[in-house]
Design a protein around this ligand. Structure first.
Ligand SMILES: NC(=O)c1ccc[n+]([C@@H]2O[C@H](COP(=O)([O-])OP(=O)(O)OC[C@H]3O[C@@H](n4cnc5c(N)ncnc54)[C@H](OP(=O)(O)O)[C@@H]3O)[C@@H](O)[C@H]2O)c1
Length: 293
């Protein structure tokens, strides 16, 4: 199968490159050098691939900086909503299967049990709202698309785990201080390589429609930070539990965004516990620990 991935240098894009190459699939990808919101440019790119348009396109490009989305809502709308609609249309015209990635931030966080795939979306931030609009447009324009919602992704590049480990290094070097991490948001952390493998399995089995994919278990960001620091040999670095309001962030975050994974599980997608996936990440070539060493 010939895959084309937008946002190919991001966490998921680079994980797809690794997983698909290991599985012997053909991988083509572009990141910022191909503006995903420029459907004409994407069409030209797909048409001039060796062998012509790919079998499928995975849209892993997004504006994922949630606070930047609040500050630049038009940019967020262009990349997170208009771009997927344009890609869905283009894929329909070219006969290319379309896979789109969405987010737990389409939910408002008021639930107290995991959100099933058909739970009502009620986003509270510009990021969540623009991603939800993108999802809705993809569903209307490409009913056969596969839409995978995920949450709290860590992999190669910028992410929460890498950020707290960098801070812990500073505290450990200074021999004093502590980290402050929020303990009032609950979700499911997700290793980008596990997400990439899940997408490959769902595509191989011909699934369409909405799926939730994340690692198993639930956590707060404090739990994730503590597990990462303990594994990285920073068990001595204290982490204060704080509440989200004390950070005065521009974008609201859902306090509870645990995704119900039963549909993906029934489709045969393995989802290991997040603690195991976090250890695998920290021991991988993409680990921020390697870069710090
Ligand atoms: N990260 C998470 O915790 C999380 C949680 C739930 C859902 N998701 C969804 O999962 C998908 C993959 O996320 P990720 O974590 O891999 O994100 P990521 O690491 O931020 O990767 C997205 C990539 O797309 C690029 N990009 C931005 N604007 C573009 C444009 N106009 N044209 C082409 N590329 C562009 C980004 O470049 P820049 O870095 O320069 O912007 C980045 O390289 C996204 O749909 C995201 O909404 C992510």
């Amino acid at each position: 199968m010939r895959w084309f991935v937008t946002g190919s240098e991001g966490q998921l894009g680079s994980a797809l490159r690794q997983r698909l190459s290991a599985a012997g699939e053909s991988f083509f990808g572009k990141d910022l050098e191909l503006d995903v919101a420029d459907a004409g440019a994407v069409r030209r790119e797909l048409e001039r691939l060796p062998g012509g348009p790919p079998d499928l396109l995975v849209n892993a490009a997004a504006l994922t900086h949630v606070d930047r989305c609040e500050a630049e809502p038009e940019l967020a709308r262009r990349i997170n909503a208009e771009a997927p609609a344009g890609l869905a249309r283009l894929c329909g015209e070219l006969g290319v299967r379309f896979v789109h990635i969405s987010t737990d931030y389409v939910f408002d966080g008021e639930a107290r049990a995991p959100y099933p795939v058909d739970a009502e979306a009620r986003p509270t931030s510009v990021y969540g709202e623009t991603k939800w609009q993108g999802e809705r447009d993809v569903r209307a324009l490409a009913p056969d698309a596969l839409i995978v919602r995920t949450s709290w992704v860590f992999g190669r590049g910028r992410n929460f785990v890498a950020a707290v480990l960098a801070q812990a290094d500073q505290v450990a070097r200074a021999g004093k201080g502590q980290l402050r991490v929020v303990d009032d948001q609950r979700g499911r952390p997700t290793y980008a390589l596990d997400l990439a493998e899940a997408i490959r399995l769902l595509v191989d089995a011909g699934h369409t429609g909405v799926f939730h994919v994340a690692n198993d278990g639930e956590a707060t960001w404090w739990d994730v930070a503590r597990a990462a620091l303990d594994h990285a040999g920073h068990a001595e670095v204290p982490i204060e539990r704080i509440g989200t309001p004390s950070l005065s962030l521009p974008a609201p975050r859902p306090s509870y965004s645990v995704l119900d994974l039963s549909k993906a599980r029934e489709a045969g997608v393995p989802m290991r516990p997040w603690q195991q996936a976090l250890r695998a990440y920290l021991e991988s070539a993409d680990s921020p620990l390697d870069r710090a060493a």
